[in-house]
Ligand binder design. Sequence first.
Ligand code: NAD
Ligand code: IPM
Ligand code: MN
Length: 359
Amino acid sequence: MKAHIVTLPGDGVGPEVTAAAVAVLKAVAARYEHVFDFDEQLIGGAAIDACGEPLRAASLVACRCADAVLLGAVGGPKWSDPNAPVRPEQGLLALRAALGVYANLRPLQVHPALANLSPLKNERLHDVDVLFVRELTGGMYFGTRTRSDDAATDECKYTVTEIERVVRRAFELARGRRRQLTSVDKANVLETSRLWRSTVQRIAADYPDVRVEHQLVDSMAMLLLTRPASYDVVVTENLFGDILTDEAAALAGSLGLLPSASLGDGRRGLYEPIHGSAPDIAGQGVANPVGAILSAALLLRHSLGLEAEAEAVEAAVDTVLRDGPHSRDLGGSAGTAAVLAAILAALDSPAANTVTRFS
Ligand code: NAD
Ligand code: IPM
Ligand code: MN
């Protein structure tokens, strides 16, 4: 098949991990006889430096015309002055809104070979397989903001339509998995959460085959650490989902491992690792490329419909997580290039790759 992919490497380690993901997509194209063409655009601090704004209109048009968009990361200390008039992150939020990608899928699994990197006891990590569905285009990220010398506000607003579409997506995804949905809110305090919870309760009637539970976000932050294996699909609003998934990444062993797919109603999606620009290690060639490469696998699956190719990439990554080499965040000493080379080699000999899980 032919596909047109826009890449937005961004800042910090973004270009390093995006280059690795593109190399994997090119290897997939060669092996399976697809034609992928790539168009690189600026976003974030790199775009601010080049043209004064974090995402130019022309770059946004390019993204809207693509089959899929692959993003690295945005932000960094250079652009982080709390009084700066423009910020890299604004480009990312504008992109998510413009593409209408309201459902951010963040899968979490724990590879047995990495279990010792997790702060949790080994036995709690058995069978952890959670799919977070984070609402991505509403809530406090997109409410009205005000700031004066002595006060500031961030409005948190949700409409029923915004809640309903992401919750329905989560129910559908639960149907393809273990039929269990956990909805996370703060309904004991927040009005938006009470609207969220009553909307989930109403929609649940359409999915009698899916078991639904509600958790308050503070309690959920604790439960994720005490019994992570008891969750299947977890759906929540934008800010709670942002925070809970960084916490969840610690279970897998490193923030550098987790991918994401941001989807709307159509096939076009935005794919990015959940980590940021990692300014502390940027430019050193040591970033873990796995989160970005697994995001490329999600791109193959969700935007291009290439399930076998997606599984081949995931199996190659699995093999390298099992056998090494491992990057520094995983306790190894391999750089980004060495991890990429091992994944490409594994992709070349698919018969040797197996997906390893606990038990
Ligand atoms: P971060 O995710 O960039 O880094 C947190 C920690 O995880 C750091 O110690 C970092 O070295 C490590 N880490 C992250 N990715 C890694 C990788 N691939 N391999 C190895 N280690 C990795 O979070 P932060 O430092 O709080 O934020 C830095 C900047 O990134 C901020 O400007 C923030 O807004 C931005 N950010 C962007 C995105 C995005 O573009 N999607 C996501 C999160 C944060
Ligand atoms: C993420 C990031 C972003 C978010 C920032 C950079 C805007 O933390 O993708 O998780 O908060 O959504
Ligand atoms: Mn985040």
